[in-house]
Design a protein around this ligand. Structure first.
Ligand SMILES: Nc1nc2c(c(=O)[nH]1)N[C@H]1C(S)=C(S)[C@@H](COP(=O)(O)O)O[C@H]1N2
Ligand SMILES: [Mo]
Length: 271
């Protein structure tokens, strides 16, 4: 745990000392990954069907070196470190996950972000034969997400390739998923096959499905409620000492690090 805190971009705060990671079982048995079903236990049950090797990520759009990047090549090139982050789902539950991964900025810099790029678009694999949930029109598949370029380049934004020092399980988004700890969990898109640099705000899966409920930014904000429930508190997943509800923190507790990204923005309008 100590190493992870130091590893968190040197940005550990006093209150981070209270960050106790959830168990391996909590993290890998209670999931949202609708490509494998909408039940919390469905991903753990079904995600073994996903072939993650070999895996290729297309990086294209406004980059100097567009093309196919093999996962093997990415793993060889990137410096893997541990980051212990809060994960706050928009459904008002939370856990703490000890991720292993690398800064997204390092991967984007490898591809060479061109001048004029303003956003990054992400896309999840879509394989009807390996992802039983995608046979139903729950959302407009494939799952897509996006970040503003400065959010994507922020040192807290990582690509996770592991949990607890092991390769990331399929149900958590193998072989590589985004983690943006100050945003609601659905921004942290799993099993990524395409990353596109663009000058246009990209469409995002939940915004397309329910635009009045899920905005592009989706920063964790206890003062802006979901139309159907309060976001002021959250249920802590897992038993033990810290079980129960706790107050939700502005930007999920990463306010010191990220508030400057949104200076002058109305966070109620830009939800
Ligand atoms: N492709 C894809 N990515 C996804 C999802 C999904 O259904 N499909 N669910 C999101 C939601 S709502 C959350 S809360 C997190 C959950 O991550 P975890 O299962 O690793 O805790 O993944 C996000 N990424
Ligand atoms: Mo979520």
């Amino acid at each position: 745990i100590g190493l992870g805190l130091v590893g968190a971009a040197g940005m550990a705060r006093a209150e981070d000392k209270a960050l106790v990671p959830n168990s391996w079982d909590d993290i890998t048995q209670y999931n949202n990954f609708y490509e494998f079903g909408t039940g919390k236990g469905d991903p753990a049950k079904n995600a073994h069907m996903l072939t993650t090797e070999p895996w290729t990520v297309v990086i294209d759009g406004m980059v100097d070196a567009p093309g196919d990047y093999s996962m093997a090549q990415i793993m060889e090139t990137m410096m893997i470190e541990e980051r212990i982050y809060r994960l706050r789902c928009v459904e008002a539950w939370s856990m703490v996950v000890p991720w292993n991964g690398f800064e997204l900025a390092d991967l984007l810099n490898l591809a060479g972000v061109q001048e004029g790029a303003k956003f990054v678009a992400f896309e999840t694999a879509l394989r009807k034969d390996e992802m039983p949930g995608t046979r139903y029109p729950v959302i407009d598949w494939p799952y897509v997400e996006g970040l503003r370029l400065d959010e994507a380049m922020h040192p807290l934004t990582i690509m996770a390739t592991g949990i607890y020092g092991k390769l990331i399980p399929n149900q958590n988004g193998a072989p590589m998923r985004l983690v943006v700890p100050w945003k609601y969990g659905f921004k942290s898109i799993k099993s990524i096959v395409r990353i596109t640099l663009t000058d246009q705000e990209p469409p995002t899966a939940w915004n397309k499905a329910l635009g009045h409920e899920y905005g592009f930014y989706s920063n964790v904000n206890p003062n802006v409620d979901h139309p159907r429930w309060s976001q002021a508190t959250e249920r802590v997943v897992g038993g033990g000492l810290f079980a129960g509800r706790q107050d939700t923190l502005m930007f999920n507790g990463y306010e010191d690090e990220v508030a400057s990204l949104y200076e002058g923005m109305d966070l109620r309008e830009n939800f």
